[in-house]
Structure formats: structure tokens, C-alpha cells
Design a protein around this ligand. Structure first.
Ligand SMILES: *[C@@H]1O[C@H](CO)[C@@H](O)[C@H](O)[C@H]1NC(C)=O
Ligand SMILES: *[C@@H]1O[C@H](CO)[C@@H](O)[C@H](O)[C@H]1NC(C)=O
Ligand SMILES: *[C@@H]1O[C@H](CO)[C@@H](O)[C@H](O)[C@H]1NC(C)=O
Ligand SMILES: *[C@@H]1O[C@H](CO)[C@@H](O)[C@H](O)[C@H]1NC(C)=O
Ligand SMILES: *[C@@H]1O[C@H](CO)[C@@H](O)[C@H](O)[C@H]1NC(C)=O
Ligand SMILES: *[C@@H]1O[C@H](CO)[C@@H](O)[C@H](O)[C@H]1NC(C)=O
Length: 486
């Protein structure tokens, strides 16, 4: 056949092929999705993952898939990636720098010729609460762990949107967990001896504050429990056993190391998040009794001193960034309540009081304050997931919480958290004529990445799905809020 004389069917095939190719190149989410947010912490009970999701959750589902895809583009992660060794000399040791510590080289003289390494060892470091030293980000272990924990959470959720025993999303979870915890070449040692490390002549050791760095374990526990619940064929018994063994060693460290015990004894957010982390680990190793004991210890213990009767949190209010720290601790309280509810379904700690107040009282108080009153920038969005959680849990008959979110301009019903902060008014009303939304190939909210993306994801070199112009504009608008709560 001569060139240029294609039959009709060949031409059709060619144009279908071309349009497929075009679709692959400019694959776009079907709805505007929220810009990625790293929540300070949360625990997603696997009971929120079902075979069919209600129609109003379509926006949240799309956002979750977009966030999974975005996180996948940064992974896999390993502590062995960092360019600097911990003082132990062991490249498998986790390390991060204390965020509020700044070098004072005035007494070390000669600061212009000090190399960074000399500065870290010879200059005394002083604390400036609330002021983050930007050099903290030259060592990425803490950011890597946050991204890992978000990747595990969102990939596990995205995996449940299809009724399959395996998908690129569950494969990603396994790949990321193996890379960080299990593979001999890249695994992290189960300790935080150099977390939020103190530098200077009296430093070179981690601080109790560094225990916070791994609070994302509650997101990782969510992901693992979800894969278990749905019988993912990728989450094999072998991987489960290896992960349980790793977590048991790390639990030993958290229950015995002096830094960890100091975090456990803290009465403020450090104590709250210590419980988040250890309860989550106990759920991973199936020690529900131990998790329950810890959670009850928190709500019967330091929680009782954390909220005043008017809803303020004195231990957080005294910090230099009170709006941030009040929200931060509320996120930890919510996570503890959710973890404990999972460990012991008969528990009801959302109703436990501290000086007559509950988590709801604390949010009600915070909703009347403004970050500008304490000159805090880029923290406005921190309250949104907390307000959504409180509205969903305590009920929102008068629409107080939803209105707060609406007036703030936060598209809460297309946020990831809307999937588990239920029931809360709102959501995708366009398709609300159908009772529930089974996710299928034909669904307008189909969650499968395009074939090419899947292939890349499976081999670990995925690029993020390219957002549409509409989404870029939305990113720009939402960027004003400075979303990234971690
Ligand atoms: C999921 O798949 C299983 C087996 O393939 C089937 O029995 C079940 O009905 C499906 N569930 C849904 C919600 O489609
Ligand atoms: C400054 O430090 C450099 C390198 O440590 C050293 O070679 C030099 O002699 C020092 N100069 C002074 C004036 O101390
Ligand atoms: C973590 O994710 C953020 C986006 O939220 C990204 O900017 C950053 O580069 C990622 N870092 C690592 C180490 O993955
Ligand atoms: C978890 O522990 C419970 C008892 O607390 C037990 O019944 C269950 O079989 C255990 N599950 C696994 C996966 O080990
Ligand atoms: C608080 O307790 C009351 C009475 O037992 C119950 O009806 C309500 O659901 C509880 N609220 C939460 C948020 O658990
Ligand atoms: C939120 O605001 C939008 C308009 O901006 C409105 O359509 C919607 O009904 C509001 N939702 C609730 C639950 O008040």
C-alpha cells in the first residue's frame, strides 16, 4: 500500500493512538485537587476504607490520588542518602539538626575562615525559640521521613479506591517501606540518637525534642493497617514480619533511651506526640493492649493539664509561636483520640475533660484567635484539619465548623482529610444523584494513573502527573496560605 493512502480503519486507529498518546503526555486529574499539605499528624482508622465511597467523597479521593502521585515523585527515601554522617560514623543512623539552634562564633574568632564542619564543632549553639535555622534543611532525614509517611498513607488509601489485591499504589508502599526500614544497604538503625542534634563543643548528640521527627509513624501505621485490612498481595507475610521486628527494636529504644524517656515525661506537645508515635508502633506490632494502656495513660495523665477551662493551652501559649503550637498540640490530641479509639473501640476520649474542657473547647478557643495577633506568618491553614476533625467528631448541626472553613476559603470538601473527617456537610454535589461511588475504569474520577505513569511508578522513576492550568492557578492561590504544616 502506498504511503498516504491509509484505509479508514487505519486512520481511525492512528487517531485513537495519537489521542491516547496525547492523553498520556498531558494526563490530568479530572477535578481541581487541593495543594499538597503535610498534616502535623493524623491517624486514619482503616474502617474509613471501604469498597465503595460515597459520591460526596469524590473530590477527596482525587486529591488523595494526586498527593500519592506527588509524593511518589520524591521517593524512595533513605537515611543513607544524606551527605553528612552522624557523629557515630554509621551511615544508617538517622540524623537531624535542632531547628531553633544558631551558632555563636563570636568567641571562636576567625569565623570567616571556619568551614561548616569546624563551625558545627567549635562554635557554641544558642537557642532562639521559634526561629528556624535554615541550615536545618541541608540534612533531609526529617523531611524524608515526613514525605515517606505521607507517601505510605496516601498510596495505601489510593490502593483501596480499586477493589484489587495489588496496584501500583500498594507496590509503592512496599518499595518505600523496604527502602527506609528493611533493605540492608539503605535501612535506618532503630534509634534516634542524633535526632535534632545539638551542635557545638558540648554538642554532637541528639535531643529529646528530636523524638518529634518520627511522629509520622501514625500515618505509617494507618497505611500498614489499611493494607492488612484489604489483604494486599504486595504486603506479604515476610515483609510484615520484618517490619514488626524493626518496630519492636525501635519500641525498645523509645521505652529505654534517655532522650526518649525525657520526651515521654514532657507535659506539652512533646509528650502528646511521643504517645502518638509509640501507640502507632504498638498497633503495627499488634500490641493493642499496650496501645490502649498508653492512650489511657495520656488522657488520664498529661492531657488533664493541657487545656484550661476556657480552651486555651497554657504550655503552648507560652511559646513564641502560640497559634502554631496550640494547633500542633491539638493535632496530636486528635491523633491520640483516634489511635485509642482504634485500639479500644469502647473508649470515648473525645469526651474526656481537662479542667472541664475537651478537644472541642480547645478548637473553639482557637477559632476566636488570629495568628496576626502574635505576628505569626504562614500558619493560618494549620487550624483547618483540626476544625474539620472536631466538626466531624462532635457533630456540626449548626454548621459552625463548616462555615468557619468556608469563610476561610479552605476547600475542605476536596481536601484529603474529608475522606475520614466524616460526617461533615459538603462534598461533590455534581454527582450526588448516585448514592455511592464505586470507583471503576469508567468512573469520571478514575484513579488509575495513565499506563505510562504506572510503568514508571513500578520501576521507581515516576514523574508527578502534570497538573492542568486550572490546578496551577489554584496552587498559586492556595500557595498564599503557605501550606506545609510539618
Ligand atoms: C471485590 O472483589 C471481590 C473478589 O474479587 C468480590 O467478591 C467483592 O464483591 C468485590 N467488592 C466490591 C465492593 O466490589
Ligand atoms: C583561622 O583559622 C584557620 C583555619 O582553621 C587557621 O589556619 C588560621 O591560622 C586562623 N587564623 C587566626 C588569625 O586565628
Ligand atoms: C518532600 O516533599 C516536599 C513537598 O511537600 C518537597 O518540596 C520536598 O522536596 C520533599 N523532600 C524530600 C526529601 O523528599
Ligand atoms: C493480634 O493480637 C490479637 C490478640 O490481641 C490476636 O487475636 C490476633 O490474631 C493477632 N493478629 C496478628 C496478625 O498477629
Ligand atoms: C460524648 O458522650 C456522649 C454521651 O455518652 C455521647 O453521646 C457522644 O457521642 C460523645 N461524644 C464524642 C465526640 O465521643
Ligand atoms: C460553602 O460555600 C459555598 C459557596 O462559597 C456554598 O455553595 C456552600 O453551600 C457552602 N457550604 C456549606 C456547607 O455551608
Amino acid at each position: 500500500m502506498a504511503l498516504g493512502s491509509h484505509s479508514r480503519s487505519q486512520r481511525t486507529a492512528l487517531s485513537v493512538g495519537l489521542s491516547l498518546l496525547t492523553n498520556l503526555l498531558i494526563a490530568q486529574p479530572t477535578l481541581a485537587t487541593n495543594v499538597f499539605t503535610c498534616y502535623a499528624n493524623d491517624f486514619v482508622d482503616p474502617s474509613h476504607t471501604v469498597g465503595h465511597y460515597a459520591a460526596n467523597l469524590a473530590g477527596a479521593q482525587d486529591t488523595i490520588v494526586a498527593w500519592a502521585n506527588e509524593m511518589n515523585s520524591y521517593g524512595p527515601w533513605s537515611v543513607t542518602d544524606k551527605p553528612i554522617l552522624a557523629p557515630s560514623g554509621n551511615k544508617h543512623d538517622y540524623m537531624s539538626w535542632a531547628p531553633y539552634q544558631w551558632p555563636d562564633c563570636s568567641k571562636a574568632g576567625n569565623k570567616t575562615v571556619l568551614t561548616p564542619e569546624q563551625m558545627w564543632k567549635t562554635c557554641p549553639y544558642v537557642n532562639r525559640d521559634g526561629l528556624v535555622n535554615p541550615d536545618r534543611t541541608t540534612i533531609n532525614d526529617f523531611q524524608s521521613f515526613f514525605n515517606l509517611s505521607d507517601a505510605v498513607l496516601y498510596n495505601s488509601l489510593a490502593f483501596t479506591f480499586r477493589n484489587q489485591s495489588s496496584s501500583v499504589y500498594s507496590q509503592n508502599v512496599v518499595k518505600f517501606i523496604k527502602g527506609w526500614f528493611l533493605d540492608a544497604a539503605t535501612a535506618m538503625n532503630p534509634n534516634l540518637n542524633y535526632a535534632q542534634m545539638n551542635r557545638g563543643p558540648n554538642g554532637q548528640h541528639g535531643e529529646y525534642t528530636g523524638i518529634l521527627d518520627l511522629r509520622g509513624f501514625s500515618k505509617i501505621a494507618s497505611g500498614i493497617l489499611i493494607l492488612r485490612k484489604h489483604g494486599s498481595s504486595d504486603w506479604t507475610a515476610e515483609i510484615d514480619n520484618q517490619m514488626v521486628a524493626w518496630c519492636n527494636k525501635y519500641i525498645d529504644w523509645l521505652q529505654t533511651a534517655p532522650n526518649a524517656l525525657q520526651a515521654a515525661a514532657a507535659k506539652n506537645n512533646h509528650g502528646t506526640f511521643y504517645v502518638n508515635q509509640l501507640m502507632a508502633l504498638k498497633l503495627i506490632v499488634n500490641d493493642t493492649t499496650g496501645a490502649t494502656t498508653l492512650g489511657r495513660g495520656y488522657f488520664g495523665g498529661i492531657y488533664k493539664g493541657q487545656i484550661q477551662s476556657n480552651g486555651d493551652q497554657p504550655l503552648e501559649a507560652s511559646r513564641t509561636r502560640p497559634y502554631h503550637y496550640r494547633n500542633f498540640n491539638i493535632a496530636g490530641m486528635i491523633t491520640n483520640a483516634r489511635l485509642l479509639k482504634h485500639a479500644d473501640p469502647t473508649s470515648n476520649d473525645w469526651n474526656t475533660t481537662s479542667n472541664g474542657a475537651t478537644i472541642q473547647t480547645a478548637i473553639d478557643f482557637l477559632m476566636t484567635t488570629k495568628p496576626s495577633a502574635t505576628h505569626e506568618k504562614d500558619v493560618t491553614a494549620e487550624i483547618y484539619p483540626n476544625v474539620a476533625a472536631v466538626g466531624a467528631t462532635y457533630g456540626d448541626l449548626k454548621g459552625k465548623y463548616v462555615n468557619f472553613l468556608n469563610v476561610s476559603g479552605f476547600p475542605y470538601a476536596s481536601d484529603a482529610s474529608f475522606l475520614w473527617d466524616q460526617p461533615l456537610a459538603g462534598g461533590n454535589t455534581a454527582s450526588s444523584n448516585s448514592e455511592s461511588k464505586p470507583i471503576s475504569e469508567a468512573s469520571p474520577h478514575s484513579v488509575a494513573p495513565p499506563a505510562s505513569t504506572s510503568a514508571h511508578q513500578a520501576s521507581g522513576t515516576v514523574g508527578a502527573v502534570r497538573p492542568s492550568m486550572q490546578i496551577w492557578v489554584m496552587y498559586g492561590i492556595l500557595g498564599i496560605f503557605g501550606w506545609r504544616l510539618c
